[in-house]
Design a protein around this ligand. Structure first.
Ligand code: SPV
Ligand code: MN
Length: 651
């Protein structure tokens, strides 16, 4: 359940401004004439009251209104440099930003949904009661911007005018945050009022890094008030914690789609990309993957890249699934980005002419370096923890890597050679025919398989797992990652799941337009498929083949092998696609990749069933699909044994 505008609005409580008259008085008093003139172009009263309250609460020395004009954006770049949040690098347009060592990724244990008493939330969500959140904000946010400038920006989460686009305000004392916002989101200052009227809502984000000291990070909070669609972020700078236009507002969009737009919209943690099939045919894909599982790489494999992180969907009047990217840029992980796997991105990172904000990489003589870049590495430099030299260890004697695992690059997507910029900006969105779900699964699911129907497709999404890292404990060695979206699902998982079943089964789709839904897995190892060692069975460039096969399958150009878990590709069809990427592919490898390891799949189903049975109100359909698949797998096992090859399956 989600009830909007329920409970006290924290900004108003702490800022103390309840009327437009009072808001206008405060704005007249606190804004320099130049900024007041700019803000006068915004007429939405709710927005002005929010901004006035943020000023009353944070008490900045001055306020800068970002209209998105070239001068305003340059002001933001200069402010960030002057404040020391970014430093210029050797290459024109490149800067480096370091987050504090304690703030190198999403602070999941300090991220909370603000809830009203009695609200039912996802079992995976951390919550804080409204009254406690108010206490925190009252204690830490008044005066948090004193000595600083507050920057106010207006952004559109999608092309202006698109059915699933929602506008938002980003307020921050950080030049880096607003600079990032300019690269990643569409500034909609000129259209803000009209967009709020069209969409019927807007999101608000208030952030301040405060003094930006390590000792304050324990006090950092990322609060998301789902009832008032407002975020609060303090004492941190990592964009995933501060630029809440991104994951903060994604959470609100998920919430809004789940409770207010059932069968109309979905909001997903997915890339969007187009593949070119025979005769120039374009087929668009959207795909989910947990953070750090190759989502950006997959997106850029397409011939018509649209987005690498988020997707907003709706079904149009003709029954076609449409998607837009709420972002216009990339906040991408750089580890393992190299010429071989990511040529287009490398062109932007090493070539000229692209504005890039680097974060938390190694800088040596003004040049950024990162782990896995395929280049020669310097012996020393400055990285996320300060001075660095080869062999440097931390307090526990552990080697400090050259760059942080989550170090990132921020740039506009339009800089990428295969970005379909015009299409990305179209309010009509792109027609999506293929939905994919992938995780990091070393031993169970094949590289690609297609759901037999929408219910089974929803179950593939519900069953994503990623291999646990060394820091995560799990009896089975895998983490469940429902739809790769679970960290961003505020409400009950059961409600979200029901919304997925309803959406993908919608009668608005026709037999021709209903998307196919597929699983992808790039992480099988030799050792787990009858060979030996931890080496992966495939490589990054194989992604083109898996997507290429799905493109053909979605358009009825290839047949498949039916199995209890869905449809598998035939060897001959894959072999042709591998030939097209100049790579040998043999039947032995195919058999290792596509044999069904029945005991493993059943163990995986058991793991999911056990976990979902603990969750209240899960739709019965999920368990029905698992039961049917299990029964059919056991029949197969009886006939062929525990490992069933594609040849046996094809019978
Ligand atoms: C992710 O972690 O999924 C990201 C980066 O896309 S963050 O903004 O931190 O969410
Ligand atoms: Mn993400």
């Amino acid at each position: 359940m989600l009830e909007l505008k329920k409970g006290e609005e924290i900004l108003a409580v702490v800022g103390g401004i309840a009327s437009i008259t009072k808001a206008r008085e405060l704005l007249a008093e606190r804004l320099a004439p130049s900024e007041g003139e700019k803000l006068a172009r915004i007429v939405n009263e709710d927005a002005l009251i929010k901004i006035a309250n943020a000023i009353a609460m944070c008490r900045p020395d001055s306020v800068f209104v970002n209209t998105g004009s070239a001068e305003d954006v340059q002001w933001i770049r200069d402010y960030s440099l002057k404040k020391g949040e970014e430093r210029k690098l050797a290459k024109e347009g490149h800067t480096i930003h370091f987050d504090l060592p304690q703030d190198q990724a999403r602070l999941v244990n300090q991220t909370y949904y603000i809830i009203n008493p009695g609200e039912k939330m996802s079992s995976l969500a951390k919550t804080v009661l409204r009254s406690e959140a108010i206490d925190y904000v009252k204690k830490f946010m008044p005066g948090i911007m004193s000595g600083m400038t507050m920057i106010v920006g207006f952004y559109s989460r999608g092309p202006v005018g698109a059915e699933a686009t929602i506008p938002a305000i980003e307020i921050s004392s950080s030049g880096y945050v607003l600079h990032s916002a300019e690269l990643l989101y569409r500034n909609c200052f000129a259209d803000f009022d009209a967009e709020v009227a069209r969409a019927g809502l807007f999101f608000t984000n208030v952030h301040s890094e405060g003094p930006n000291r390590p000792e304050d990070v324990p006090n950092a909070r990322i609060f998301m008030d789902r009832s008032w669609q407002t975020t609060f972020s303090t004492f941190c700078t990592y964009a995933g914690n501060t630029l809440l236009l991104k994951k903060g507002n994604h959470r609100f969009s998920v919430d809004y789609a789940t409770y207010y737009k059932v069968e109309e919209q979905l909001s997903e943690h997915m890339f969007i990309t187009g593949m070119t099939g025979p005769n120039g045919r374009k087929t668009f894909f959207a795909g989910a993957a947990p953070s750090g599982c190759g989502k950006t790489t997959t997106a850029m494999v397409g011939s018509d890249f649209i987005g690498d992180d988020l997707a907003q969907f709706w079904i149009d009047a003709g029954g076609v699934l449409r998607a837009i990217n709420p972002e216009k840029g990339i906040f991408g992980i750089v580890e393992d980005v190299n010429r071989e796997g990511d040529p287009h991105l490398m062109d932007c990172l090493r070539g000229d002419g692209t504005e890039v904000i680097w974060s938390n990489v190694l800088i040596a003589e003004g040049v950024p370096y990162w782990v896995g870049n395929g280049e020669e590495a310097p012996d020393k430099g400055v990285n996320f923890q300060g001075e660095w030299f080869k062999g440097k260890t931390d307090d526990n004697g552990k080697p400090i890597p050259l760059s942080h695992k989550n170090s990132r690059c921020t740039l506009q997507a339009s800089a990428i050679a295969n970005h379909a910029t015009e299409l990305s900006e179209s309010p009509a969105g792109v027609p999506v025919k293929v939905i994919t779900y992938s995780g990091r699964d070393s031993d169970t699911m094949p590289p690609v398989w297609v759901a037999k129907n929408p219910d089974e497709g929803v179950v593939i999404g519900a069953s994503i797992v990623s291999k646990a890292t060394a820091t995560e404990v799990g009896a089975t060695g895998v983490n469940r990652q429902p739809w790769a979206n679970a960290p961003f699902i505020p409400g009950a998982l059961a409600d979200y799941m029901q919304a997925q079943f309803t959406f993908f089964n919608s009668a608005k789709f026709t037999a021709k337009t209903r998307p196919i839904m597929a699983g992808l897995n790039y992480f099988l190892t030799h050792g787990n498929r009858g060979g030996s060692g931890d080496k992966l069975l495939g490589e990054k460039k194989d992604v083109k083949v898996w997507l290429g096969w799905l493109e053909l399958f979605a358009n009825g150009d290839v047949t498949s092998i039916a199995t209890p878990i869905g449809y598998l590709p035939k060897f001959e069809d894959l072999a042709k696609l591998f030939t097209a990427i100049n790579k040998p592919y043999d039947k032995t490898l195919y058999t290792m990749q596509f044999s069904l390891y029945i005991d493993k799949i059943i163990a995986r189903i058991d793991l999911q069933q056990a976990a979902y049975s603990k969750e209240a109100g899960i739709p019965a359909k999920l368990f029905e699909v698992y039961e049917r698949q299990k029964a059919e797998l056991l029949q197969l096992k009886e006939r062929f044994g525990a490992i069933v090859t594609p040849d046996q399956l094809a019978g």
